[in-house]
Write a protein that binds this ligand. Structure first.
Ligand code: MG
Length: 248
């Protein structure tokens, strides 16, 4: 069941990959995402999502976060992608009562080598984290895999937001930080389904929430990238549920 939800969710990102280009609005990307989810009898998981900490329900199907925006950017037909931008698209979908959650950061046209490096390192950090999600390892091993790798590039790790368990609800226990100590925290078991999602910035780690109550940006204006996959931990290793295409 979660493979079906994961497939629909990942397909949305592959549609984003084809449609991200200069001149496209984040509202149009949002429209394409919702269309695909509903066509597959799914329900956008983010739309009208209202966590306890936020008074306003989220209005979009995708989170569209550009450049220094880290996560939770609100899509809009007035927000037009420019050559050289990077855009993080996060999307979740319920299909038959089960949830998929995934994110990817895309280049808009030609981008700077610095931005390209941030994207590739963050995707690689996600892959390293997934490789560490083995039965018998711990949550700390996942966080350590992300943090220890991105630190070698001088990048920062978002600490206020984390990955999470996923199943019939989008956000289930446990939280899955992108930092931590190897061997510490909850032990991973076969059958667990989790969303791992490094949020990495090229500068300092401080973030703030914008006036719209949602958009999280870096305080120093440095670029941020966000890659996420839902996975299931099996006896013989992790299996990816949201198989979106790599940025490479
Ligand atoms: Mg997530």
């Amino acid at each position: 069941m979660m493979k079906v939800a994961g497939r629909v969710t990942a397909e949305v990102l592959d549609i984003m990959r084809e449609n991200v280009r200069p001149g496209v609005s984040t509202g149009e990307l949002d429209r394409l995402a919702e269309e695909h989810i509903r066509k597959n009898n799914g329900i956008p998981a983010f739309k009208n999502y209202k966590p306890a900490y936020n008074m306003k329900p989220f209005p979009g199907t995708i989170c569209a976060s550009i450049n220094e925006e880290v996560v939770h950017g609100i899509p809009s037909f007035d927000r037009i992608l420019q050559e050289g931008d990077i855009i993080s698209v996060d999307v979740g979908a319920y299909v038959n009562g089960w949830c998929g959650d995934a994110a990817c950061t895309y280049a808009v046209g030609a981008i700077s080598p610095e931005k390209q490096k941030l994207l590739e390192v963050t995707e690689d950090a996600l892959n390293r984290a997934i490789a560490s999600a083995l039965r018998g390892n711990t949550l700390g091993d996942i966080g350590h895999a992300v943090e220890s790798y991105v630190k070698t590039f001088g990048y920062g790790v978002v600490r206020d937001y984390t990955g999470h368990g996923i199943g019939k609800k989008m956000h289930e226990a446990p939280q899955i930080p992108n930092y931590g100590n190897a061997g510490q925290g909850m032990t991973l078991k076969a059958g667990m389904t989790i969303a791992i999602e490094p949020m990495i910035m090229s500068g300092r780690e401080d973030v703030r929430v914008g006036a719209n109550g949602w958009t999280v940006s870096t305080v120093d204006g440095s670029d941020a990238a966000h890659f996420e996959r839902s996975i299931v931990i099996l006896d013989d290793g992790p299996e990816i549920l949201t198989k979106w295409q790599s940025i490479r």
